[in-house]
Write a protein that binds this ligand. Structure first.
Ligand code: HEC
Length: 274
């Protein structure tokens, strides 16, 4: 048994053992951690973000500025959270905790990319649409055909007519107009792992990442470790993280802005070679 498994067992909560053989875990003590802050984004889909009269940042976006370039300050987010909780941008009601940090670590070897997320999932949610799961953790990786993926992160999948948006069809999932994202997700009920994609629609299976996940809970802290196929050394892959806390469904997640994951390449997060 590895050390982390022992300590989780001692803490009295062990969610998943996974297959140790299949998941030769990296030595996380040697992998730097960066906190990315996730936030409740209200109703601010890509159509909102790119519209001049809604979002003054849209002019800078057209000049090539990234969301994080304008909205990350001293490692945290500079949003006006009152505005994101207000009726204008959140007609249904906002969660009590608007933003929280997710520790992100990444490592790779020839076969796999490992991503480890550490976070405290807050209660006080406003939407408890997912009856089955307290918590879900999702990572999206953009392919090279998604326009401005490295600038806009997951916002290229987030549209005004997708389910849980005000007045939208409940069957319409998130989608891209061009290009695709790989989607990997861990959900706490039954430790379910999904290997999916977002293109013309969101699919929770049929993905090609070979995703596996291992999760531990200690107190109110979660550690979720994903193992997926290495996308390729030398690549910097645009990615984003979402946490559905307190039974949240659809858009009621806390999301990160877009970042680049460098695999033997430069990035906001650099995966450590094992
Ligand atoms: C050039 C700088 C710039 C860029 C790039 C930018 N924004 Fe903004 N954003 C702003 C400014 C300034 C505001 C404040 C008021 C406004 O909307 O005019 C704002 C407001 C917001 C708000 C509403 C909450 C608030 O603080 O008022 C959200 C949500 C938001 N931006 C998300 C994004 C996302 C997502 C992206 C990338 C897809 C992005 N922004 C890119 C400058 C920027």
């Amino acid at each position: 048994m590895s050390k982390s498994i022992v300590s989780a067992a001692v803490a009295g909560v062990l969610l998943a053992l996974g297959s140790q053989a299949a998941m030769a875990a990296p030595d996380w003590s040697k992998v730097p951690k960066r906190d990315l802050h996730v936030f409740h984004a209200g109703v601010t889909p890509i159509e909102w973000a790119t519209k001049k009269s809604d979002h003054s940042g849209s002019a800078g976006m057209r000049k090539g500025e990234t969301c994080a370039g304008c909205h990350e300050e001293k490692g945290a987010l500079n949003f006006n959270f009152k505005r994101l909780a207000d009726k204008e941008l959140e007609p249904k009601g906002a969660p009590k905790t608007m933003t929280f940090p997710v520790g992100v670590q990444a490592a790779y070897d020839a076969a796999n990319l490992y991503i480890r997320l550490t976070f405290k999932a807050p209660g006080g949610g406003a939407d408890k649409g997912d009856k089955d799961n307290d918590v879900k953790a999702t990572v999206l990786f953009a392919d090279t055909k998604v326009p401005q993926a490295d600038q806009y992160g997951c916002w290229q999948t987030c549209h005004t007519d997708a389910r849980t948006m005000p007045g939208a069809d409940d069957k319409k999932t998130k989608y891209t107009k061009e290009g695709a994202y790989e989607l990997i997700q861990w959900a706490n009920k039954g430790n379910k792992v999904s290997d999916g994609s977002v293109a013309g629609e969101r699919k929770m299976s049929g993905g090609t990442t070979g995703a596996k996940a291992q999760a531990e809970k200690s107190g109110d802290s979660y550690t979720v470790t994903f193992t997926r196929k290495n996308p390729g050394e030398g690549k910097a892959v645009p990615f984003g993280v979402a946490i559905h806390a307190d039974h949240a469904s659809g858009r009621f997640h806390h999301v990160s802005l877009g970042y680049k994951l460098g695999i033997g390449a430069d990035g906001d997060i650099k995966a450590t070679k094992q």
